[in-house]
Design a binder for this molecule. Sequence first.
Ligand code: C2E
Ligand code: MG
Ligand code: MG
Ligand code: MG
Length: 276
Amino acid sequence: AEARNRNERVVMYSEALSDRAQRRIALERELRVALEANQFELFLQPKFAARGDVLAGAEALLRWRHPQRGLIAPSEFIPVLEDTGLIVPTGRWVMRSAIAIARRWREAGHPELRLAVNVSARELRRDDFVADSAASIAACGTGHRLDIEITESLLMENIDHSIDVLRRMRALGFRVHIDDFGTGYSSLNYLSRLPVDVLKIDQAFIAQIADNPESLALVTNMIGLAHALDLRVVAEGVEHEEQAKLLRLLRCDELQGFHLGRPMPVEEFERTLLAR
Ligand code: C2E
Ligand code: MG
Ligand code: MG
Ligand code: MG
């Protein structure tokens, strides 16, 4: 009886495992289809200059319009894209789509607006990431105002490689943002060595800025640090006017968050924000 129990347990365990594995395989297959069937979309979230609330540009955020399940957020599928390597063709699609948008803005008389795309570890580590980006730019016409956002922890993983890649991306005209700044463990020494242009303070700090003196102190110092290093600062996750007010007082350069504008379809962004 004991042996049978053990066997049953073994069977149940492996069924559970294969269940997960099967869901995972199904998702991977669906993602391959998504890429070919054009089910990915970019949403744009506006960024505003803190002074004067002028539109400064946008961040492109990936969405999956699933034929049955509707719009799906990146947290649900980007990890699978990364594990399977599908992030590479997807990232290429993101970059090319963003370049096409930026080009349209320029032609519509908004050459000052910048557009940022997020880049993940798996993409940045590839030897041909820079060459790929260069090819995308070349394919989509000259003159661009594109930025890349890279999370802090990722940059610190291999600092020498990061420095090399970022330097070459900047030479191609990309401005480099450190995303989710404050959540990694970058030492100040590394920060001054990295060829970056913008620090993007993580939304966890911004969420607490009006209620928690420690968060306020941290944000004050992050902004001071950025400016001391000649970098611009963006606050992400601004959800209330009180937070925006404090950030303007602290001389944060740009603001982004639900209070100022949610991520929205490109068409809506252009209709509501470019028209102004
Ligand atoms: P992220 O780059 O740090 O983007 C900020 C996230 O915060 C976005 O979530 C955005 O919708 C959300 N957000 C913006 N304002 C607010 C606010 O005021 N309050 C709150 N609570 N949230 C706000 P989203 O679109 O779900 O993206 C999540 C993450 O997925 C991004 O974090 C980025 O790391 C990744 N991601 C998105 N698009 C791409 C892409 O094209 N490529 C890659 N590699 N990663 C992407
Ligand atoms: Mg980002
Ligand atoms: Mg972020
Ligand atoms: Mg993030």
